[in-house]
Design a protein around this ligand. Sequence first.
Ligand code: ADP
Ligand code: MG
Length: 354
Amino acid sequence: FPIGKMGLIQRLPEDVVNRMAAGEVLARPCNAIKELVENSLDAGATEIKVMMQNGGLKILQVSDNGKGIEREDFELVCERFATSKLQKFEDLMHMKTYGFRGEALASLSHVAKVNIVSKRADAKCAYQGNFLDGKLLAPTKPAAGKNGTCITATDLFYNLPTRRNKMTTHGEEAKMVYDTLLRFAIHRPDVSFALHQNQSSDFRTKGDGNFRDVVCNLLGRDVADTVIPISLESTRLKFKFTGKISKPIASATSKNAQNRKTNRSFFSVFINGRSVRCDILKHPIDDVLQNRSLCVQFCALHLEIDETRIDVNVHPTKSSVIFLEKEEIIEEIREYFEKFINDLFGLPDKTEAV
Ligand code: ADP
Ligand code: MG
């Protein structure tokens, strides 16, 4: 080779790689909230408080009463692919925790200024540290703090000006954070969730395990009072499908009801305890309802499925899943739900809208 001649391909600097990756995991404040709340749940927290300013762009803070972070772990806590949850590739099949990729806090520290205060129950005091671009900026310092962890992200996307400037309507971002937290609150009535931003959309759930109270508190008694369980188990396809839906009402009336009251309807899907964007499970339900001109204001679906039949490691946000036997599962759900609606309302008569 001619000495000194360089090709055109060069390795990107590590900080550029990390910042790009971070932007993918954390596209908006609500993604950060999801990651932080999941970490709190992984740490066994029973109380999780979220505080935000300017839709989370100025300040986003999650504090919990979970098991805390060891002082010795502060060095690695924001480093990419550093985790206490996954040790070897095979473990991926059986992950019971939300996290395992060790990317969330690293990502956050590449797009925001991060402060962590944490106290383990066996430690004399809390410790705190500031992080930027994956690194602890100065040695940890003792701090005041209760058992648990408080993570604060300030000036989210300060180094991604285009993204930041696009998010000028803080209300939009705040609403998405609210929705994200709402999903967790409804899924986990045994954990107390609180959101503080401004009086109008603050909420708090008790965490006493009472599901109806949570729905009542968040969506109103009208909806909560009509919620009924659904449940289907398939030994052949190794899944258990459960859910809670508000009693179906005629589509036209439901629109009026929604507009009149909270203008809110709720839909969520959890697969093996993980909140996912998975409309596939919604389709059979929607189809059956639509065929009878019905709709529901509340629908929370849970699918428990043999871990070897799905793959959650599709995307860093883990919000999508791939599963085997998709068609068969959907067909079983459709048949079940059709029967469920027939039992509730009688068989459809021929004059009903198709
Ligand atoms: P992951 O959740 O995939 O392990 P994260 O970047 O989200 O990766 O977190 C890195 C590590 O920091 C976790 O594995 C955990 O040990 C620790 N951690 C993060 N948040 C908390 C928390 N709220 N309480 C206790 N430990 C935490
Ligand atoms: Mg995590």
